[in-house]
Design a binder for this molecule. Sequence first.
Ligand SMILES: Nc1nc2c(ncn2[C@@H]2O[C@H](COP(=O)(O)OP(=O)(O)OP(=O)(O)O)[C@@H](O)[C@H]2O)c(=O)[nH]1
Length: 324
Amino acid sequence: MKKIRTTVLTGFLGAGKTTLLNTLLTRSAGEKIAVIVNEFGEVGIDGQLVVETEDAVIELNNGCLCCTVRGDLIAAIRSLVASGRPIDRIIVETSGLADPAPVIQSFILDEVMAKAIQLDAIVTVVDVRNLDLHLEQDEAREQIAFADVLLLNKTDLEPADRVAEVETRVRALNPLARILRTRDCAVSPFEILDIGAFDLATILAIEPTILEDHDHEHDSTISSVALRLDTPLDPVAFNRWINTLAIDRGRDLFRCKGVLDMAGEARRFVFHGVHMTLEGRPGKPWKPGEARVSDIVFIGRNLDGDDLRRGFEACLARQHALAS
Ligand SMILES: Nc1nc2c(ncn2[C@@H]2O[C@H](COP(=O)(O)OP(=O)(O)OP(=O)(O)O)[C@@H](O)[C@H]2O)c(=O)[nH]1
């Protein structure tokens, strides 16, 4: 049986993994690619942000592939293999908090996966603007150490000498990986896919106990808060609130992202926050008769869920209509 080539995309929260996934899907049109996306929060936003593809997009939410939903990854891949459908490759996007070691372990130790899957490469996206903050987390260091290819991404946000500094720091954590500098993860699929870079011997040199079973524990101060509202938001109020949050709490607020229903808009508003950097743009149009909801997820340190809920609810358009 021909093995299915599989690429694992990793990198800390907000580094650009979904951007890379979309680049690869768009530039590999014609291939049958099964995608597995994993998010730490209970509400998956990434599933809505992956470009339209005819092939399977499997969402594994509410936990990390390295621990709570690790069994789900194995089950998802086993069922893809058992389905017998033609698949040229699988791309797995791990959550930004995933430790890659247990994920790699699953590919090697699970009998079905080992027989059916050829792990091609671990590709790690690095956020050059926020690397210093991210390296405070063990997971970010592990993601860099285990990479076969490292994308130093968001080079547009930092001067060249800072990017060079980041490269030196990253190189110290991983002397062997191929390093590419990118903006919006703009790479050719040839540089990432079918490169045959994964090598168990190298991984064992980094982590001799990788094939032994150990529980992975995340920093317990980091959590996620998912909020949903089913009435439209006031765009000005939302902007004011989210900007204030980013200024006041940006260091601890690793990531927020949302797909929002703004009053009077025919299209979704897709919103991203990575520490203090905020970005929003129109998304897919709402279909006639479709239930319009706003989903937002926060991932960070010492989050106050009640306070976030109150702040989000204060952005409801009807409150502002009443006030004016
Ligand atoms: N300025 C700039 N922004 C970027 C670049 N690459 C990605 N972004 C933005 O960074 C934000 C996060 O990108 P994603 O691709 O969603 O990051 P991610 O790693 O998938 O995020 P999580 O899945 O939440 O961990 C989005 O607002 C992107 O548009 C880049 O090279 N430059």
